[in-house]
Design a protein around this ligand. Structure first.
Ligand SMILES: C[S@@+](CC[C@H](N)C(=O)[O-])C[C@H]1O[C@@H](n2cnc3c(N)ncnc32)[C@H](O)[C@@H]1O
Length: 276
């Protein structure tokens, strides 16, 4: 079979398994199986696949049809135009989170001085690394309770040349991080346990997805802990699911004097910004 023939067959198969980006997934996975860039496939449509290549590709397509995220199959994911290693130990960085990072970078650029930033629940390190990359005057301290996730984050920090400005620590929320901060950021688990979710989501670590109190518990604990760790004029940026907006807004109302909400590209309430 040629490149073009296997692509047609694989995208038809993925479409039946309700992948909404079947052709793209088929191409990305074929490029992975052949060890080439996706665009190079277009130059080699008539190239026949060897038995080994076909076997490798069938394995990847089978796992994709079963719902494994493409990012886990290829081992990396782009976020904020930066490439991150991902493994099943970390949440796949989500484009919705770019709202939080863009706001953090805008705050840092406005301040135009050295800023101390915290990232609670860093996972792959995507938030901490993207902020440090786009705001060179920032130093970030990032936590996670998962040592496996922190191993991935450490590799991403090194890969982006940020070991001097992004520091990782294992523990609960802000507890393992030293000092006070100008900005506390977090994309913590915020889904209610028992939520009916596609396999694409449930393939990710449950410790990165779910929190008690219908998903609000961790964000609420961070809201309580943050004021004591913020410098005067400091801010909190927390990603949320719209379902916990009302609980989070009440919590922020108790601990902070002002708050606003930022929406994602789909128009959903996505990030709460709070300050004293
Ligand atoms: C939703 S994932 C987000 C990962 C990353 N910030 C991102 O946006 O891609 C949440 C992360 O928080 C971590 N986590 C869960 N509970 C935590 C806690 N109490 N303190 C610190 N991290 C926690 C999980 O291990 C997971 O890596």
């Amino acid at each position: 079979m040629t490149v073009l023939e296997v692509l047609k067959a694989a995208s038809g198969h993925l479409q039946k398994h309700s992948s909404d980006s079947a052709r793209l997934d088929a191409e990305v996975l074929l490029a992975q199986a052949l060890g080439m860039r996706r665009l190079d496939l277009y130059l080699q449509f008539n190239r026949p696949l060897t038995d080994d290549e076909l076997t490798r590709y069938r394995g990847l397509i089978k796992r994709r049809a079963h719902g494994d995220p493409v990012a886990y199959l290829v081992g990396h994911k782009e976020f904020m135009a930066l490439d991150f290693e991902v493994t099943p130990a970390v949440l796949v960085p989500n484009p919705d989170t770019e709202v939080l990072v863009q706001r953090a970078v805008a705050i840092a650029r406005e301040a135009d001085r050295h800023l101390r930033v915290a990232d609670a629940g860093t996972g792959s390190g995507s938030i901490a690394i993207a902020i440090a990359h786009y705001a060179p005057q920032v130093e970030v301290w990032a936590s996670d309770t998962s040592r496996e996730a922190l191993d991935v984050a450490a590799r991403n920090v090194a890969r982006h040349g940020l070991v001097e400005r992004v520091h990782l620590a294992c523990g609960d929320l802000l507890e393992p991080l030293p000092g006070t901060f100008d900005l506390v950021c977090a994309n913590l688990p915020y889904l209610a346990p028992g939520t009916d979710l596609p396999r694409e989501v449930t393939a990710q670590p449950s410790g990165a997805l779910f929190a008690s109190q219908n998903g609000a518990a961790l964000v609420l604990r961070l809201i309580q802990a943050a004021p004591a760790r913020l410098n005067p004029g400091g801010r909190l940026l927390a990603e949320i699911d719209p379902a916990i907006m009302s609980a989070v807004s009440k919590g922020a109302g108790r601990e902070f004097s002002s708050q606003s909400v930022l929406r994602d590209l789909g128009g959903h309430e996505r990030v709460v910004e709070a300050w004293s």
